[in-house]
Design a protein around this ligand. Structure first.
Ligand code: ACO
Length: 276
């Protein structure tokens, strides 16, 4: 499939790993209506793209994403309710609906500033790795709005309540190391190691059965707010549908390799999968 090109977003590939890059570096990758439409389209494209097995979302230049574009997203749509509604719908669609249901693993590679509305796509990605000197902030309070959209929900979903309240109410910024401490990202590494560390995770994910990975992602997300009894029912049915969806699982290849062939230890790493 030929790559699509966009005004506000770039697609770059390293084999089966696809980088989706917010590409308004001169505006610190603030999210304009145009960027929302491009991201929505690009993610739908990559979800169906057979070459893409892992998606890494990052920002061009020294910023990951400076939040909603205060001029183009807020001020210039203030008197245009139709455009406000359209861009608001696209904004929520890609940052939450598409990303949280994405069929392949997604990694946020946070290379710099991450403010306000950018927390939604950060929390929607399955994994997040930040530069130690990346700067995160719920800056909304600094200029008189609340962390809206679903940012306040993202915070309370991802962080302990004390951390969510502190950073939302004070607007105080914090770095990548602090983002690890409060559970917002998985790892923080020196900036010059960020890409290598992110690719290391992406390559680890590539070794796994993609259906198991997808069902695991869906299961972990779905049970988050369920009662234990409901989760048990749901996960039982989910495992049954995985058996039906995937021949390798139906054939219990992994179990045979451990119990019969004794050719690997599942506790220590994935077995060598047949090349697809
Ligand atoms: N909306 C619109 N334009 C932006 C935004 C934004 N969120 N962030 C940066 N820009 C623009 C600036 O206006 C400037 O444009 P100009 O060159 O036409 O003047 C350009 O990007 C560069 O910005 P600087 O401030 O000059 O860059 P610097 O590197 O010094 O600072 C920083 C970067 C810290 C990100 C700063 O721009 C900033 O504080 N931006 C606002 C961040 C924010 O509060 N985001 C939350 C928005 S609200 C929400 O998401 C719900």
């Amino acid at each position: 499939m030929a790559d699509k090109t966009y005004e506000n977003v770039k697609i770059e590939r390293e084999g089966e790993i696809t980088f989706l890059i917010l590409n308004r570096p001169e505006k610190r990758n603030a999210m304009s209506p145009g960027l929302h439409y491009d991201m929505e389209d690009a993610l739908l494209f990559l979800n169906d793209d057979p070459q893409t097995k892992v998606v890494i979302i990052t920002g061009a230049g020294d910023s990951w994403c400076a939040g909603q574009d205060l001029k183009l997203y807020f001020r210039e749509t203030a008197n245009n309710p139709a455009e406000r509604k359209r861009s608001n719908t696209a904004s929520h669609h890609w940052r939450h609906d598409i990303l949280t249901r994405f069929s392949k693993p997604t990694i946020a590679m946070v290379n710099g500033f991450c403010f306000g509305g950018a927390f939604t796509q950060l929390c929607s990605c399955d994994f997040a790795i930040a530069a130690e000197d990346a700067i995160f902030g719920l800056s909304e309070v600094n200029w008189g709005i609340i962390p809206g959209g679903i940012v306040s929900w993202n915070l309370t979903d991802m962080l302990l309540p004390r951390h969510a309240m502190y950073y939302a109410a004070t607007g105080e910024s914090f770095d990548g190391k602090r983002a690890v401490e409060i559970g917002l990202v998985n790892f923080a590494v020196p900036k010059d190691e960020l890409k290598a560390k992110t690719l290391e995770l992406a390559n680890k994910l590539l070794k796994l059965n993609p259906n198991v990975l997808r069902f695991t992602k869906e299961g972990v997300r779905a049970v988050r707010h369920m009662r234990a009894d409901d989760a048990r029912e749901y996960l039982g049915a989910k495992q049954d549908s995985l058996q039906k969806a995937d021949k390798e699982i139906a054939d219990r290849v992994g179990m045979k390799k451990f119990l019969d062939e004794k050719s690997y230890r599942p506790g220590l790493g994935p077995y060598q999968r047949p090349q697809s």
